[in-house]
Design a protein around this ligand. Structure first.
Ligand code: GLA
Length: 865
């Protein structure tokens, strides 16, 4: 208790030592539009109307220079923008963030005024503007181009309609996802997307039909941006394109369209128009004679920026009064190495489409993930699995998209995914081929990781087909990938897809963020149960571990494979599947065709309270606390002091399943909430019974009341039970294997339970196996020899053979230390091999319906026997 108090005090001290701005959310504004937003106000050029002239003649602007007369840099306002030469900049707000480094746009005074308004917060301006573009074409939002269905194909080149809309949204999301790069003081306090300020020139006037459609196009832009940013009521300020001078007549019609947007009934109280007419200066008072860029007058741009900021402040004030809250979003700090603090969530193409993927389907999935609200629930990665690439590499050895499926290439797909506020995931394989016989990454690790980085990939699923031919241990392979990812300069999650070959044992934690614990999942419930057992039971490890929970935590998750929810036979099956993945803190990667999901499937995938358990900040994986007669109970202790408890029945017959509070570390009267029904069930004394659970039925509950005292975790299996802790001989049947595939061996007896007898000699120690059975032991370079006598003891068919192999680490390493070759019943071989310097020892027994023994299987720390 004292210790905790001390910790809290230290935490408070640490927090209070931060400047106030680093404790309050960063306020993010999007400044968007076209050349007028880029900004052509001259800083030095000309006699009058330039910024220098302004600061020297108007005391109101003296803040724009510092005491040495240099252009001042704001300490609390930051900007990220691209200039006319397509160069990207970011840093503290100052003069020169215009179309050129010698010009300003509305951003300068907008940022200064807003920066003063938010005394206790840092402000970030994301300026996305491109000159010479129209709203009807270049910025055309999805709804303008294709109505409800959005873009028919992904706009991928600057010539495509809607390209700049996609770029604008992709940029905003990329920036906020890397906030600490743009806000140097960022201390993890989160951010809010506060408002959009739009200002453009006259390009939509160039065509009568563009002009006529302006109002509707602007309405679509606002609606689409709000949806794609996840801010349904985002305040918007529009500065009219209007200015005096010879364009006035025509510009009036454009300004009319802009003004009309504010009175659109759905936008009531959410949009303000800034009339810019009065900000015009004649050419005599300006640095240039260039009507359409406000005669390049800096004063005009200052006035526009100021007026937009004031209008924005008014809107913010009105929202505050009405109590409309903005979403507080979290972002990582530069110092946060943690890419996956909680189990990753998203959608992956494999279970729904296998090889049959294309741009249209991926785009549809992205759209649905946003429109359905799935993104807001945390589903953020959209992962393209195998078969996105063509069957050969490019001239420089680079991977190429299959252009029949993805005619616009993978960068465009990534941009689109990013424009939707989602993250882009992609598949490769560490073999020379992928599982679908397409180019794998073996010997192309660096170029492939760099290619992915250049496409804006955020998540890499790295598969293992053909990896046995690499001649590398899995741990070596993944070290290469994690280094290549680091050197690519882009943060990318590395998902280790190796059919459950023990990444939790050999150090996957230091290389990737999640690893498979199972073979592939298939769309039937027994496959789902089998996969669940690899993570939550003895499916992939020794029973004493009680599942792999002790190996999971922030940035290293057990992955029993992707979801088959929506692909199973019934609602009950889908529900028990999602319940298990929830309690086991499994990555939630949807695997169904979202276009075709029924209401119940959608409700299951969007079951908020189950997702909350999966994503609970205590970040522990749930574990089994009971199993009998096809029924199971799992629990997961939560950060609020309660526990999630899942009771289920796999059997055909109906069953009552009871959980006692003593089994979950509680007692007496406890509050119970049904997570599926989202209802409190009342208080229960000592226990609760799920009555008459039918096959695949579940009761999934939250037990207890929020409390600072957390329910204690069980002790993880002690290392002495699964590593070598003494010198001399250790029989392998006296310790637990850390990974297993197929059948568990019997310890100190034949597989059928009899004595171990080889050539008439009885052995007290050893492993009895049935084909196939593979086990991996953690030996940590502590032993020098492995010895055993192997024999085939029984075969179901005459002449059947079995084979014993001893390997270093897992089967992909291909490092075979001993191979018995095919052996018939009764034949025997002795093994005595050097295994010094090995961290893992794998024993593999294969064959067709045969039984065999590893008699006397032992490791020895001594060099000489
Ligand atoms: C392996 C993986 C699957 C999927 C396919 C693609 O089987 O385990 O998840 O990626 O390859 O070929």
């Amino acid at each position: 208790m004292m210790k905790n108090k001390l910790k809290l005090l230290l935490l408070l001290l640490a927090v209070s030592a931060l400047p106030i701005s680093a404790q309050n959310p960063v306020k993010v504004f999007i400044l968007a539009g076209q050349s007028n937003m880029q900004g052509h106000g001259e800083m030095e050029k000309g006699e009058k109307g330039n910024l220098r002239y302004l600061v020297e003649n108007d005391a109101k602007y003296k803040h724009l220079v510092d005491k040495d007369g240099e252009w001042a840099k704001r300490k609390d306002v930051f900007i990220r923008y691209t200039n006319r030469l397509h160069e990207e900049f970011h840093g503290p707000l100052t003069a020169g963030c215009g179309a050129y480094n010698y010009t300003i746009g509305p951003e300068l005074q907008f940022g200064n005024v807003i920066g003063d308004y938010y005394k206790d917060n840092d402000v970030l301006l994301i300026k996305t503007s491109w000159g010479g573009k129209s709203l009807a074409f270049n910025f055309a939002p999805p709804t303008t181009v294709g109505g409800e269905d959005g873009y028919p194909t992904i706009p991928s080149t600057p010539e495509d309609r809607g390209y700049y809309y996609v770029q604008m949204l992709a940029t905003v999301h990329e920036v906020v996802n890397n906030l600490s790069k743009y806000v140097p003081n960022y201390a993890g306090q989160g951010y809010e997307i506060v408002g959009l300020a739009w200002h453009q020139g006259w390009n939509d006037l160039t065509k009568a039909e563009f002009n006529a459609a302006y109002e509707q196009n602007m309405i679509n832009l606002i609606n689409d941006m709000r949806r794609d940013l996840g801010e349904p009521e985002l305040p918007v300020v529009i500065a009219t394109s209007g200015m005096r001078g010879k364009e006035v007549g025509k510009l009036e019609s454009l300004a009319k369209g802009q003004t009309a947007v504010a009175s659109h009934p759905a936008f009531k109280g959410q949009i303000k128009i800034v009339d810019t007419k009065d900000f015009w200066f004649e050419k005599e008072d300006s640095p240039a004679n260039q009507n359409y860029h406000w005669n390049r007058n800096a004063v005009s741009y200052c006035l526009i920026g100021e007026a937009m900021a004031k209008a924005m402040e008014e809107l913010i004030g009105e929202y505050d009064q009405k109590g409309i809250e903005r979403k507080l979003r979290s972002a990582r700090r530069a110092s946060d190495k943690i890419l996956a603090p909680l189990p990753p969530m998203g959608w992956n193409s494999w279970n729904a489409f296998e090889k049959d993927i294309d741009e249209e389907k991926i785009k549809a999935m992205a759209d649905i993930m946003v429109e359905s609200g799935m993104r807001e629930l945390g589903y953020e990665y959209l992962v393209l699995d195998d078969a996105w690439m063509t069957d050969h590499r490019g001239e420089n050895g680079e991977l190429l998209a299959d252009l029949e499926k993805f005619p616009n290439g993978m960068k465009a797909v990534g941009d689109y995914i990013h424009s939707k506020g989602l993250k882009f995931g992609i598949y490769e394989c560490r073999g020379d081929l992928t599982c679908q016989n397409l180019p794998g990454s073996f010997l192309h690790e660096v170029i492939d990781m760099n290619t992915f980085a250049s496409w804006g990939v955020d998540y890499i699923k790295m598969d293992a087909c053909f990896a046995g031919r690499n001649g590398r241990l899995s741990s070596d392979d993944f070290t290469i990938y994690s280094e290549a990812i680091k050197n690519s300069g882009r943060s990318m999650v590395l998902s280790i897809s190796d059919f459950g070959q023990g990444a939790w044992a050999w150090g996957g934690k230091t290389m990737g963020q999640l690893w498979r614990t199972s073979m592939d999942i298939f769309p039937y419930i027994n496959s789902v149960y089998r996969c669940a057992e690899t993570s939550g039971g003895a499916g992939s490890s020794h029973p004493e571990f009680n599942g792999l929970w002790q190996f999971a935590g922030p940035n290293h998750w057990n992955d029993p494979d992707m979801l088959q929810v929506g692909n199973l036979k019934s609602e009950a099956e889908d529900k028990v599947h999602f319940s298990l993945w929830s309690v086991l803190s499994a990555p939630l990667m949807m695997g169904n065709d979202l276009r075709k999901m029924s209401d119940y499937v959608k409700d299951i995938l969007m079951a908020e309270e189950l997702i909350a358990v999966n994503q609970d900040p205590r970040a522990v994986q749930g574990y089994k606390i009971f199993e009998a007669d096809s029924t199971q109970i799992f629990m997961k202790p939560l950060a609020d002091g309660t526990a999630a408890v899942l009771l289920l029945n796999k059997g055909v017959a109906k069953r009552d399943v009871t959980v006692k509070w003593s089994q979950i570390g509680l007692k007496g009267e406890q509050k119970v909430r049904d997570l599926w029904a989202k209802k409190d069930m009342g208080y229960y004394k000592n226990q609760i019974t799920a009555e008459g659970l039918s096959q695949h039925g579940v009761l999934y509950i939250k037990v207890g009341e929020p409390s600072e005292t957390l329910i204690p975790m069980p002790q993880p299996l002690d290392v002495s039970r699964y590593t070598i802790t003494k010198s001399g001989v250790t029989y392998l049947s006296d310790i637990c294997y850390i990974m297993k595939e197929y059948n568990h061996p019997a310890y100190d007896k034949s597989y059928d339970g009899g004595k171990i007898v080889v050539d008439g000699k009885t052995y007290k120690k050893g492993l009895g196996c049935t084909s196939s059975s593979t086990v991996m032991y953690k030996i940590d370079s502590k032993v020098s020899r492995f010895r055993a006598v192997v024999s085939i003891t029984e075969a179901e068919e005459d002449g059947a053979t079995g084979r014993f192999r001893v390997m270093n680490e897992d089967k992909f390493g291909g490092r075979v230390l001993f191979d018995s070759g095919k052996m018939k019943v009764g034949s025997t071989k002795e093994i005595d091999v050097d295994i010094s310097d090995l961290d893992f020892l794998m024993l593999e027994f294969t064959g067709k319906k045969v039984k065999g023994v590893w008699a006397d299987a032992q490791v020895d720390t001594r060099i000489d026997w």
